[in-house]
Design a protein around this ligand. Structure first.
Ligand SMILES: [Zn+2]
Length: 274
């Protein structure tokens, strides 16, 4: 990936924003500021979402495959599952929903028609799906919700087999990503394996199983992380990051030309927007 100049929404003038091509994809990184165990900074999801979105937008801008503009990241999101820990700054689900709707409304009023969320925090996913549809119905936006790494409890492939698919927070994958992106912020001397193997006793209920369950990180122990950071390496992180950027760049290009069968037939009427 070359170091392309990424067009940043916030650096443009209103005239430049007004003049953006109609198929421009606005990219909004969704981070989090939340505990990530004793070994990772609370900025972990903000760093991974922002870096991956920036690199993907830069690659697409450099290739000329689509028109893209990068929004400022949303640092605070729905981290209520980590509420008991110092360092977690979380928005209530209804606050975040209103923020996403207000941002979407403002973008639609600016002439933007396509919005891609690049999400670094699994706890935002369910709400993001609802926001996708709200923004589609209310403002006619084409909306897309992508992950830096699809969470294990949402069908993603585990980053490490040694975690038995249970490394959902601050484990091998995220720690490796941070060793690649911000090595100075990772405390590998404090990394400990915390894989909740008790969950393997259930067939129906669990991360990535047919039935999900409501959980708090404190359900798994006092340290806050869920997974095995001890196997993390910068090399694994580089590989995960480059794979994520490649996938996101492809997603961006698809989002710029995505249509549905009723497109152009006035599909989105007043009744849809009620
Ligand atoms: Zn995280």
């Amino acid at each position: 990936m070359g170091a392309a100049r990424v067009p940043r929404f916030a650096d443009l003038t209103w005239r430049e924003i007004e003049a953006l091509p109609a198929d421009t994809v606005a990219v909004l990184p969704l981070g989090a500021v939340e505990q990530h165990g004793p070994h990772l900074p609370v900025s972990t999801d903000l760093v991974t979402a922002t870096e991956a979105a920036t690199a993907a937008a830069g690659a697409v801008a450099a290739s000329g495959a689509a028109s893209v503009v990068l929004l400022e990241p949303l640092a605070y999101t729905k981290s209520d599952e980590h509420a008991g820990f110092p360092g977690t700054i979380w928005l209530s689900w209804d606050t975040l929903m209103r923020v996403l709707i207000d941002v979407g409304r403002s973008l639609a009023a600016s002439g933007i028609t396509r919005l891609l969320f690049v999400n670094g925090h699994g706890g935002n996913s369910a709400l993001g799906q609802v926001a996708n549809r709200e923004l589609r119905r209310r403002f006619g936006l084409r909306t897309f919700f992508a992950h830096v790494a699809t969470p294990r409890d949402q069908g993603g492939v585990p980053a490490s087999g040694a975690e038995h698919g249970l490394g959902v927070h601050g484990g091998h994958g995220e720690t490796s990503l941070m060793l690649h992106l911000r090595p100075g912020l990772v405390r590998m001397d404090l990394a400990e394996r915390r894989v909740p193997e008790d969950l393997l006793a259930y067939e129906q209920i669990g991360f990535g199983r047919a039935t999900s369950f409501g959980w708090l990180s404190s359900d798994f122990g006092p340290e806050g992380h869920i997974g095995d950071p001890t196997t993390a390496t910068a090399e694994a992180g580089k590989e995960l990051f480059e794979h994520a950027v490649e996938q996101l760049a492809r997603t961006l290009v698809e989002a710029s030309r995505f249509t549905t069968p009723a497109d152009g037939a006035g599909a989105l009427g007043a009744r849809d927007r009620a």
